[in-house]
Design a protein around this ligand. Structure first.
Ligand SMILES: NC(=O)c1ccc[n+]([C@@H]2O[C@H](COP(=O)([O-])OP(=O)(O)OC[C@H]3O[C@@H](n4cnc5c(N)ncnc54)[C@H](OP(=O)(O)O)[C@@H]3O)[C@@H](O)[C@H]2O)c1
Length: 354
């Protein structure tokens, strides 16, 4: 176990800046480098990019320069992912924690899985995908609660989120295709939507495998809701008649009965359809079985202080980034290969009350 974990931050978007702040605040972590996509951030101090004092370490767009750095772990948080990049990082001797993909790589096509495992073997490193959802709520919490179960019939995680307040509008409009005609939104309509479905299916497979659900299949369906009015979302117009709601369901079945499912009720513009289920904002985990259990999760900036909406939205990014950064020591200690949320010990806050 190193005295100090040398960390590289890969991308400095909403999650990435929270990760930088977390690393800077950990007494036993040191930020030794950072990759950025944006040309205007190239050469800028990483402390400055995270709204902190300069730390004397600058961001670069040069992947080879990042690969050449000595580091224990890379916090990989780009908008668009690359298995090739992750394999190069792993083969160069750096462990990887990521909020972006590889939540259950055992579900990857065999050739990709082999590539990943070879890279881990070459660098004697591990890869861990985690976050909020996919992450703790769909991967860790169901397993934690299952410790109280005698028998399980069905596990459901329902997420309700209003993306109106999510500043990463590229993800909202370009990747998730809100604001497009309905004909342009389906699992197979784009590489990203296929990718996005894939990561939630990975979560279903992770829980199913960890709890012995022995699924025959994992299916996807999506119901789309069209906006009744125009909405301005951080300067981009979501026009009436375009997609403003996406209700996705990824269901793992055994002999036609749903055993594990993740359901997302996503809206932009705040027009929540009347016929959708009316959970509270946030995430509701239900385990039907003996006993049946339900837990509701909502991250806010505070339950005691009155704070602006942006702060409450940022709370979800903090949760996402912290789950990854808090996992770094466990990932560095894991044997070479894949370290899923079901494999690692329970990740706890390393800052705690300190
Ligand atoms: N697991 C979870 O719970 C969870 C929750 C939220 C987000 N996420 C995922 O975490 C990752 C980061 O999310 P975010 O909210 O920080 O996203 P974001 O703000 O939209 O973007 C992240 C950063 O990616 C870089 N980037 C921009 N265009 C790119 C491209 N074409 N290819 C590669 N990188 C590009 C930019 O880095 P620079 O600004 O440094 O140039 C950007 O700031 C995403 O993959 C997102 O889907 C996961």
């Amino acid at each position: 176990m190193p005295d100090t974990y040398r960390v590289i931050q890969w991308a400095t978007g909403a999650q990435g800046v929270e990760a930088i702040r977390a690393v800077l605040d950990m007494p036993d972590m040191q930020l030794v480098g950072g990759w950025v996509h944006s040309s205007e951030k190239d050469g800028v101090d990483l402390g400055t990019l995270a709204g902190r004092d300069p730390i004397g370490v600058t961001a670069t767009r040069d992947i080879e320069a990042v690969l050449a750095l000595e580091a224990d772990c890379v916090a990989y948080m780009p908008r668009n992912t690359s298995l090739e990049e992750v394999c190069a990082l792993l083969a160069s001797g750096k462990n990887v924690v990521t909020t972006a993909f590889l939540f259950y790589p055992k579900a990857l096509p065999p050739a990709d899985l082999d590539r990943l495992l070879e890279a881990c073997e070459q660098g004697r490193t591990s890869i861990h995908g985690t976050g909020l959802n996919p992450g703790n709520l769909s991967g860790v919490l169901p397993l934690a609660l299952s410790g109280m179960s005698r028998r399980i019939e069905r596990v459901t995680l329902q997420e309700r989120a209003d993306w109106t307040f999510y500043e990463s509008t590229h993800i909202t409009f370009d990747n998730m295709r809100f604001g497009r005609p309905a004909s342009e939104v389906s699992e197979d309509a784009s590489d990203f939507l296929r990718f996005n479905s894939g990561i939630f299916k990975e979560e279903v497979a992770l829980i199913a495998d960890a709890l012995g659900a022995e699924l025959d299949e994992i299916t996807t369906d999506v119901e789309l809701i069209l906006a009744e009015n125009d909405h301005d979302i951080f300067g981009t117009t979501l026009a009436a008649g375009t997609v403003a709601g996406q209700h996705w369901r990824w269901q793992g079945r055994r002999e036609a009965a749903v055993r594990v499912e993740i359901e997302t009720l996503w809206t932009v513009g705040g027009e929540y359809p009347r016929h959708w289920p009316r959970p509270q904002d946030g995430w509701t985990l239900t385990i039907e079985g003996e006993p049946s259990m339900r837990a509701h999760f909502l991250s806010l900036a505070s339950y005691q202080r009155d704070l602006p909406m942006e702060e409450h939205v940022r709370a979800a990014s903090i949760a996402t980034a912290m789950q990854a950064i808090n996992a770094i020591p466990a990932v560095c200690a894991a044997p070479p290969g894949i370290a899923t949320m079901a494999d690692l010990p329970l990740i706890r806050s390393r800052g705690g009350f300190r």
